[in-house]
Design a protein. Sequence first.
Length: 226
Amino acid sequence: MNSDSVEVWHGIITADEALYESFLAVLDGDERRQANRFTNTLLHKRYVEAHGRVRHLLAEKVKQAPEKIIINKTKQGKPFLADYPEFAFNLSHSAEQLLVAVAWNCRVGVDVEHYKSRVNLIGLVNKCFAEAEMSYWNQLPDNEKNQAFYRFWTRKEAFVKATGHGIVLGLDQCVVNPEKPVEFISVPMQCGKASIWSIQDLELGEGACGAIVSDKKLKDIRLKHL
């Protein structure tokens, strides 16, 4: 992996009981406490496996044992490697889907979502989309609206995760260009110019879609399988 490339790793969380203890063993105290907040056994196992897999992936990149890696968080809660501040990573998981991005010297965010039906889809569009996005979405045929919603949603989520501010930044404030969805029309002032941010949709199959956003040009994206 070179400093100009971005790797995106996609995998399925199996929640396999045989692997559970090995993944749990590499988590730090904060990750274990977060895992224990899940009272649902399946969600608990998925969290442990997702974060265990991420630690193994990061360990391979920085040549360190997965349990030795120090993962800190910013004030807004974005994780980063304390000993490798130039190394950027981000993860997202939805049901059994796991998506991890790793890169150097940039801000990066990813999001993965399932194409599930929502009864309140119009309400979410009105709340989270800007006027230009809503206008585009409203003109789509009904049979295309659900998938298009998730495309916009993953782009926006990946952006707010890349900035480190999270969803409180306001999804309606980061406006994707509907006609050219590799770029933003506008972003909040504290995030810099819209032109520095790049978007790439990810084809994941399995009834899911994803997106990666970075503040550097996404020219060399390598999609790999966990």
